[in-house]
Design a protein around this ligand. Structure first.
Ligand code: ADP
Ligand code: ASP
Ligand code: MG
Length: 403
């Protein structure tokens, strides 16, 4: 019997009616002859609400306790869905991440999955039931509850699909698939029928939150085909899979944007070997994930180094940089939370010159200043002022004929 993992995001289980609609869909899939493992997110904005509550109660928020709190949202959805399934004559059996055998490292609030045991899920499948697993969570090697970072239910779903050898992993959400830009920002964006893992990795890494980055990495590494689709219309959506060498690659597939990063600048760093290493080692040791880095050409023997970090890491990063000003012999540190990134992603840009030029011309035409630039072989990103990023996305989407 084919096995499919079906993941339902927060909006897909936002209220009683939505949960019943999901139960109905799961029951139909089961009756059509597939084994199903379900992964659920917390209902609606529950996780945001829990984060807010933690912030009201505590300024220290011990990470272990925060994870216990955040993991509770998904437990509500999984039990309610199993009840709705029972009404339809389907045996749904709920499992927390820990019960499902999802073992993680000990990095609270951003734990990585180390192993998926899944024996209890196989037992339920063997007797014809439907395991319903709480997304976004696991149990650490120190036996504490962990969460996988925001959007982590996608990662749970793909990890289970890989571990159980599922034929496909379906990600049900509030849009009909992966679009050429965030449809909330660009109403004329179009749905992509197919996206390669490589392109999807770039989309997810640059703000296209429709799939969590780690879930795409997992899918690519374990060859799990994904199908992103809507739980409101149930129509076929976007297939995310290996690149098809027979297909002509679009020069630009999608425009993405990300407002979740901030910029730190260390000014007047002497132009000597070892100083950048010192700074970025110190940041790494504090667990900061540095993204873009720009070092200006040196003038009079000194240079400015700017880099971006997730906004949440801005205080730590600034503190680390400031603590090193003396040792670096730098002039000072400044931080800037008002930046945002706009990116173009497309596998065809490898072989098509002129993409960068048109991108810069488009931004220049609107007087949008580019503060930093970074590229990969299939992506170009520019840092711009946050208040102009939506406009930048719309202009680029039109300039590259994606509408
Ligand atoms: P879920 O709760 O189902 O996990 P998310 O909110 O995490 O849903 O992801 C879906 C959202 O991702 C959409 O509502 C959409 O606004 C946003 N999004 C951003 N970029 C894209 C894109 N390129 N294609 C589709 N959706 C996108
Ligand atoms: N509920 C978690 C979040 O909001 C995980 C998820 O939905 O994927 O981030
Ligand atoms: Mg999501």
């Amino acid at each position: 019997m084919p096995l499919v993992v079906q993941k339902f995001g927060g909006t897909s289980v936002a209220d009683a009616e939505r949960i019943q609609a999901v139960a109905d869909h799961v029951a139909r899939t089961r009756r059509a002859g597939s084994d199903v493992v379900v992964v659920v997110s917390a209902m609606g904005k529950t996780t945001d609400e829990l984060v807010r509550l933690a912030g009201e109660v505590s300024s220290t928020q011990p990470p272990r306790e925060l994870d216990v709190l955040l993991s509770s949202g998904e437990r509500i959805s999984m039990s309610l869905l199993c009840m709705a399934l029972a009404d339809l004559g389907v045996e749904g059996v709920s499992f927390t991440g820990s019960q499902a055998g999802i073992v993680t490292d000990t990095e609270h609030t951003r734990a990585k999955i180390l192993e998926v045991r899944g024996d209890r899920l196989r037992e339920v499948l063997a007797r014809g039931g439907v395991p319903v697993v709480a997304g976004f969570q696991g149990v650490s090697t120190a036996r504490d509850i962990t969460t996988l970072g925001r959007g982590g239910s996608d990662t749970t779903a793909v990890a289970l699909a890989a571990a159980l050898g599922a034929d496909e992993c379906e990600i049900y959400t509030d849009v009909t698939g992966v679009f050429s830009a965030d449809p909330r920002v660009v109403p004329e964006a179009h749905r992509l029928a197919r996206v390669s893992f490589e392109e999807m990795l770039e989309v997810a890494a640059t703000g296209g939150r429709v799939l969590a980055l780690r879930s795409v990495e997992f899918a690519r590494n374990h060859h799990v085909p994904l199908h992103v689709r809507s739980s409101f219309t149930w129509e076929p959506g976007t297939r995310v899979d290996e690149e098809d060498p027979a297909m002509e690659q679009a020069v630009v597939t999608a425009v993405t944007h990300d407002t979740s990063e901030a910029k730190v600048t260390v000014a007047g760093v002497p132009d000597r070997p070892g100083l950048a290493a010192l700074l970025f080692r110190a940041l790494a040791d504090r667990g900061v994930n540095v993204d873009m880095i720009v070092q200006n050409t040196s003038a009079h023997g000194t240079t400015d180094i700017s880099f971006t970090v997730p906004s949440g890491d801005l205080p730590t990063s600034t503190e680390v940089a400031e603590s090193l000003v003396g040792e670096l012999g730098a002039a000072g540190v400044s931080s800037d939370a008002g930046v945002a990134r706009v990116s173009l992603v497309g596998a065809g840009m490898k072989t098509h010159p002129g993409v960068t030029a048109l991108m810069f011309e488009t931004l220049a035409g609107a007087g949008i200043n580019i503060e930093m630039i970074s590229t990969s072989s299939i992506r170009i990103s520019c840092m711009v002022r946050a208040e102009r990023v939506d406009e930048a996305v719309r202009l680029l989407h039109a300039a590259f004929g994606l509408g």
